[in-house]
Design a binder for this molecule. Structure first.
Ligand code: ADP
Length: 190
């Protein structure tokens, strides 16, 4: 099983590169952001809870997201692997993912971290907000999300560096070039 974690700040291109990876390697895609937005759209209890956090640019609490991820993972059978997009976002989420995979006799294969300068991230997210109308893509919320990334999410990189799983890739430039670098890294662990 090929289990890829795609990692990076908001706006770093995780979704774009995930789509290309899914197609190439026939993977299931689990985007916690997409799952949460679907719950919000359907007005479920989980969606209502998540909305408050997301609109403030804060993380949805670990226990909620971890439980949700476990359910989604259970629904993905008969796949060549999974791409985890937007999860883990905290150290406890990283530990939970490892435990979940271990229970299934699996492991994280590689963590691809897309590195993009902050000024470019802000520019991309503002543009996305104008196009998609995503309510969390406004300047104030973007700034909180970048802070959350720095303080709560990026420490995970150290963890994956220690375990030898981390592959950092410059996420600026041509989308196809970036994809090429990711494919090169993934093919080495496949
Ligand atoms: P982006 O990468 O642009 O921030 P996402 O769609 O991945 O977009 O996430 C949108 C929001 O959903 C996050 O700001 C956060 O509030 C919530 N969210 C997504 N994934 C997680 C997670 N693993 N843990 C906690 N909150 C999450």
């Amino acid at each position: 099983m090929l289990n890829i974690v795609i990692f990076g700040a908001p706006g770093s291109g995780k979704g774009t590169q995930s789509e290309k990876l899914i197609e190439k390697y026939n993977l299931a895609h689990i985007s916690t952001g997409d799952v949460l937005r679907a719950e919000m759209k359907n007005g479920t209890e989980l969606g209502k809870l998540a909305e408050g956090y997301i609109s403030q640019g804060q993380l949805v609490p670990d226990d909620v997201v971890i439980g949700m991820l476990a359910n989604v993972l259970d629904s993905k059978n008969d796949v060549a692997g999974v791409i985890f997009d937007g999860f883990p976002r905290t150290i406890p989420q990283g530990e939970a993912l490892e435990a979940m995979l271990k229970k299934r006799g699996q492991d994280v294969s590689i963590v691809v971290s897309l590195e993009v300068e902050e000024s470019e991230l802000i520019e991309r997210l503002i543009k996305r907000g104008q196009q998609s109308g995503r309510s969390d893509d406004n300047l104030e919320t973007i700034k909180s999300r970048l802070d959350v990334y720095k303080n709560q999410t990026s420490p995970l990189k150290e963890h994956y560096k220690t375990t030898g799983k981390l592959m950092t890739i410059k996420g600026q430039g041509d989308i196809e070039d970036i994809f090429g670098l990711i494919v090169e890294a993934v093919d080495k662990v496949k």
